[in-house]
Design a protein around this ligand. Structure first.
Ligand SMILES: [Zn+2]
Length: 97
């Protein structure tokens, strides 16, 4: 498995499974389709919890994409976007008092 380079030049090692700092996301426009796929997957498998879990996992894996938090600088790297995106970590603003 290749490495991934964050925008600051740090190497994110993708050879470890699960990759530390890996997250998944879903385009919001695909939400309804995903829910439909999950319902269908659960209905097809009957009552076996393990089979339902596997079907749901397969449906999620087919619709979600991964992004990675750089372990050095905390940037978020989205390799599946075109072009690949790298986002700086942004601190939460101070709460108004
Ligand atoms: Zn980095």
């Amino acid at each position: 498995m290749p490495n991934l380079l964050c925008p600051a030049g740090h190497v994110i090692d993708l050879s470890v499974t699960p990759t530390p700092g890996e997250r998944v996301y879903l385009p919001a426009a695909e939400w309804d389709d995903l829910v439909r796929d999950l319902a269908r997957a659960a209905l097809k498998t009957g009552q076996d919890e393990q089979l339902i879990a596997e079907a749901i996992s397969d449906a999620l894996a087919g619709r979600t994409r991964s992004f990675y938090e750089c372990p050095v600088c905390g940037r978020l790297v989205f390799p599946d976007e075109t072009p690949p995106l790298g986002c700086e970590p942004v601190p939460y603003p101070e709460a108004d008092r």
